[in-house]
Design a protein around this ligand. Structure first.
Ligand code: RAM
Length: 341
């Protein structure tokens, strides 16, 4: 090599070294290409989780593509998956719009050597290697049922305003609520209807209005969806309804509706650590790609600053990693928490 060429190359290398951001060398996601698939577009819930997921993977040396289906359906997610499988992704982490309908497609992905994890909403146990559960399914269902009991005074009519009728996570929580309700303690509560707002604000508003019209004595609506609860909260509050609300919501979307007095439609509601959900999902997926875990029971791994996690058995017989407990948001903490998510 002649001298001029050597010095040009050296110079280029120096410029590159000076302009390339410092990457965590050998980070937990080093060189990995991961796709994150949400249930639907335009939902702040997925945007918040995706931002933490992306930040985590990038800080650990990998790349993330966040993809949303055209609609909150399994068919629309199958289209997305088809497209992802034809590219060179190391892993897909998905929040499922249906428990069983994605199985063939996710098995195809795994057969093609792509690691498959899920977060928020689990496809069945054969469709994934591991599920990142934001808060135990039982715990969420129990917390919601107890909130309905408490807010209603232990008796009267109540209804559920859910997301889509196929949503894997909402259906799992609703099943737990129904089984908790079999206990004698809840015998004076009557679940009159499970309505579906499809995680669309307008449809959720319309469904809330329809519930109030059909059941004028309705005491409580429980909406285990951030989109549904925000729409119902506004409708009930604007109409000064006597019907109260609880469920799962984002503090930032619920702040103006949360309070113990008549002026607010929602005394309290639940969710979980949203940034933690994105971060834990990222580390879990990266650990699958790295080969640190396979998704089998009792395996352990380190999720950065969140610490060490152990893979446990999920209710559906597959495996999961549980982030933590459901968190309650009420008039005391809503202002602080709304700043976070
Ligand atoms: C909506 C989605 C999501 C669910 C939350 C509580 O944003 O349906 O899957 O986890 O609500």
């Amino acid at each position: 090599m002649n001298k001029k060429l050597v010095s040009a190359l050296l110079c280029g290398a120096m410029v590159l070294a000076a302009t390339t951001p410092v990457m965590a060398d050998g980070g937990a996601a080093d060189g990995q290409k991961i796709a994150l698939v949400g249930k639907s577009a335009g939902n702040a819930f997925f945007e918040i989780a995706a931002a933490s997921f992306k930040d985590t993977v990038e800080a650990e040396g990998g790349e993330v593509e966040v993809v949303y289906p055209e609609a909150a359906t399994a068919d629309a997610q199958i289209k997305v998956l088809d497209n992802l499988i034809s590219q060179d992704f190391d892993a897909i982490c998905i929040a499922a719009n249906d428990v069983n309908a994605l199985q063939a497609k996710l098995e195809e992905a795994m057969d093609a050597g792509i690691k498959v994890s899920s977060f928020d909403s689990a496809p069945n146990k054969d469709s994934r290697q591991v599920f990142v559960n934001q808060a135990g399914t039982q715990q969420v269902g129990q917390a919601l049922m107890d909130a309905v009991y408490d807010i209603s005074g232990g008796e009267g009519q109540w209804a559920i305003l859910s997301a889509t009728s196929q949503a894997a996570n909402q259906n799992a929580w609703i099943d737990v609520m129904k089984s908790v309700m079999e206990d004698e303690k809840y015998s004076k509560l009557e679940l009159v209807e499970v309505a579906y707002g499809d995680d669309e604000p307008q449809k959720s508003t319309d469904q809330t209005a329809a519930l109030l019209e059909k059941y004028p004595d309705l005491k409580v609506i429980c909406a285990p969806t951030t989109v549904g609860i925000a729409a119902a909260a506004k409708y009930l509050q604007d109409n000064e309804s006597a019907c109260k609300l609880t469920g799962l919501g984002l503090p930032s979307e619920m702040q103006e509706y949360t309070g113990d007095d008549d002026a607010h439609s929602c005394p309290y509601f639940y969710l979980w650590d949203m940034q933690g959900l994105g971060t834990l999902s990222a580390y879990t997926t990266a650990a699958l790609v790295k080969g640190d875990i396979t998704g089998a029971l009792d395996e352990t791994f380190t999720a950065g600053d969140l610490g060490e996690y152990t893979i446990t058995e999920a209710d559906d017989g597959g495996t999961e990693v549980v982030l933590g407990e459901p968190l309650q948001f009420n008039s005391e903490n809503i202002e602080e928490m709304a700043k976070l998510y």
